[in-house]
Each structure stands twice: as C-alpha cells, then as structure tokens.
Design a protein around this ligand. Structure first.
Ligand SMILES: [Zn+2]
Ligand SMILES: [Zn+2]
Length: 368
C-alpha cells in the first residue's frame, strides 16, 4: 500500500487523517488505512546533520533530519502576501485563507530544505468537537456581532500543527540552605521562644524530558501558554500521513536561537525542585547554589491546535483550542453596541407597554 501522494490506493481520491479512528480515511469510498509504524526501519542518517550549541552550562545537540523529496511531493508551502505567514499543507488546502490574518491571497510553492519533525502529537479532538466548544464559548454573549456566529466563519476553524523544540537531558545541582525551627513554651511565669538553626544541604541530578519551547513567532506566546501543557509523553514518531486535512505552521525560530530560553527554564525548574524538597522549617534561606547542565538533546515536534481568527472593526479575535486536551481560550469578545441598543429598546418598549397597561387598568378601576 502506498499513500505517498495522499491519494486513496483504492479509488485515488484525496485522503485525510481521521481523528476519531487515528487512521487515514478516504471519505469518497470510506476506506481506512493504518499509519505505518516506521520506527523499525531505522533512521536514514544520510539525510541528517548534527548541530551543537554550547552554553555556559551544557551542550545542546540537535540531530537534524530533513524531509525526503518523496515526502515533500504532496506538500506545499503557502505564503501569505499580506502578513508573511508561512504554513505547510497538502494540495487540497490551496483555497485556504491565511490563519493569521484571514487574507485570501496565499501563494503556494513546492517546499524543500525544511527540517522534518521528529515527533508529533496527533489531533485527539476533531473539527466537530472544536466547533462545539467555540459555539459554547459564544453562548451567553448576547451582543456578539453577527460575523462571529456566521456559519461560514465558524467553518473556517483550522487544525494547525504548531512547531515546538523539545529539550531532554540531565541537570545537577548542589544547594545549601539555612533553616530555622521555632518552638515556644511557658512554665507559668514566662513564655520561652527557642529558635534552632539548621544547615540543610540538597544535591543530586534531575532528568528532564521534553521541556518545550515554541518555535513559531506567528502565534502569540500568551495564547499558546494559556492552552498548554501538551502531554508530550504521548507524542509519536512523525509521519507525513498525519498531515492531510491539516495545516502545519512553518517554524521561524531556530532551535539554536532558543537555547538560552530552554537553558533558563531548565535551570529554574531544577532549582525549584531542590528548593521544594526543603520542608518542615519555619523559615528557609538559600545560602549557596551550584548548578550544572549536562548534554541536552533537541527534538523538533508538532503539537495540534484548533485555531480561528475573526476580524471585527479592524481587530482580530482569536479562539484557540488544544487539539490534544481540549483546553481552550478566546480573546474577550466585543459587544456590538447596535445590537445592545436594539435589545435595550426592546426592553424599554415592553416596559413602556406594561406601564401603559398598568395606567390603563388603574384608570379603569380608580379613575373618575
Ligand atoms: Zn477511496
Ligand atoms: Zn496572513
């Protein structure tokens, strides 16, 4: 069986990755195909290169794998002429609008030379589920402008794979603290306070796996952070068959440029872990700290996100949902003042009518 061109071997129609079955699906003849497990074939090292980046502490090593020509054949790069955004998708996504700025004019080109992801978290929530979450989010927002609720607009919600760099390795630390324990007691005449001082030492190594740093500058960090974490332990080996029907954001931040961010994140969580282990004291003060980073392995990975941008009066309102966990956030929705006035008028008219009826009844019974 070959799906190389993302075509059904049975009827040659385009196929998509089906979220529910986690298989390749031909919607035309309703055939399902397993995604081949390529892990047993071994790595093709002819198409890879290793880069090393040194920091004060450790060495960041990244074995970079590149797409083969066969793999990129059915894939295109869509570039937005308006915002410069670049996304990867199959040929069937040609009619798509730019997920970042809604511009309709995207030009496609063959792509090559890009790094091939090592890992991917496949979508676990499908488009129907994402749409439901979105409509739920809109619920109770009575004055939401119509453009948000437009069915065509809602249908534009896109499944987008977001690039991440994952850092794995070992760090070690030796830390010294001074702790106090306070005891108070009384003998009837006096109250005594006894403060005992303790030298506390903590040391050891910590293995960390898949510390993520976002590889795309196009999606606001704050949006991504609010739908994180992704459960990276569920990531599987990357295969291009996870892509048909989805878009993949093209990374624009190289792993080498993000090493310092990873470095400080690893350092902070190492130190935090040791600090958290010092318990049972009234006060704790850090008096010494020694931190070392070992060799760090870098991997390129894709995470699934449902994404919708709605433009209203020149501003963008973004809805994002974690495609693995279902966690979602949306920008504060605007209020359509026209709609609000209309609703206010309606209430006012009803009140006025009630007052009128009230007056009428009053006049009828008590009026002279
Ligand atoms: Zn088919
Ligand atoms: Zn754009």
């Amino acid at each position: 069986m070959s799906l190389k061109e993302f075509k059904c071997p049975n009827c040659a129609s385009p196929v998509v990755f089906d979220v529910k079955s986690q298989k390749i699906h031909c919607t035309f003849c309703n055939s399902y195909y397993d995604i081949e497990d390529k892990t047993h074939e071994g790595h093709d090292h002819t198409n890879s290169q290793v880069s090393k980046t040194k920091t004060t502490g450790g060495v960041f090593e990244h074995e970079k794998n590149f797409y083969s020509e066969e793999e990129t054949n059915p894939l295109r790069v869509y570039s937005c002429e308006s915002c410069g955004g670049e996304i990867i998708g199959d040929e069937t996504m040609a009619a798509t609008s730019c997920p970042y700025c809604n511009n309709n004019v995207v030009v496609s080109s063959q792509f090559s030379g890009d790094l091939k992801p090592d890992l991917i978290i496949p979508f676990k929530f499908d488009k129907d589920q994402a749409t439901k979450k979105l409509l739920n989010f809109y619920k109770g927002r009575r004055f939401l402008p119509k453009v948000f609720k437009d069915e065509n607009k809602i249908n534009e919600i896109k499944g987008l794979y977001v690039p991440f760099w994952l850092f794995t390795g070992t760090s070690s630390s030796n830390m010294a603290f001074q702790g106090t324990k306070v005891r108070t007691y009384s003998d009837g005449n006096y109250r005594y306070t006894e403060t005992s001082l303790y030298d506390v030492k903590r040391g050891g190594t910590i293995d960390f796996k898949y510390v993520p740093v976002d590889g795309s500058s196009k999606i606001e960090d704050i949006l991504m952070e609010s739908i994180e974490p992704f459960h990276w332990e569920e990531a599987v080996d990357f295969n291009t068959y996870y892509l048909p029907g989805f878009l993949a954001d093209r990374y624009d931040l190289e792993s080498e440029d993000l090493v310092s961010i990873a470095d400080s994140r690893i350092k902070n969580s190492t130190i935090e872990a040791f600090e958290d282990s010092v318990m049972g004291y009234s006060t704790v003060r850090k008096v010494g700290e020694d931190y070392k980073l070992g060799k760090v392995d870098v991997k390129y990975a894709l995470a699934p996100v449902w994404f919708l941008n709605t433009q209203w009066k020149g501003d963008f309102y973004t809805f994002v949902m974690n495609g693995q966990t279902g966690v979602f956030v949306g920008d504060d929705m605007p209020i359509d003042k026209g709609l609000k006035t209309a609703a206010f008028l309606k209430v006012f008219i009803i009140l006025l009518a009630l007052v009128f009826v009230g007056l009428f009844v009053y006049n009828k019974y008590f009026g002279g």
